[in-house]
Design a protein. Sequence first.
Length: 125
Amino acid sequence: MNIIHIIAGTSLLYLVQLMLPIRLKAKNDFALRAARAVKNLGESLPVFFALAVLSVFFEIEQNTWLALYWLISRVLFVMIYVSGIGIREKLKNGEKQQSQMIRSFVWALSIIFLVKMMINLIIAV
């Protein structure tokens, strides 16, 4: 597997996530969480694509594994987010909010992979 395959897999993940809220149809918790998950992916996707393409251009092989780990963490993130695993509800300023510690951990891990990819690029270039 090379980084081009991972970029293609990431594009597929994004397309699946874009369709997921529509496929769930109802305005239930799953559909709402799916919509928030795709918005979250859309925020880090441009950074990933830029780092991945630059890694191909500059032939940074060690970023292939980091890109794969990032993709796996994002798949886990959406599964955790949409399924609602570990949701804890709390009141903040009179509004009900939900938190998922495991989701936050997986998100942080995905950011660490992006930062490591960036560091590898800076060192190599």
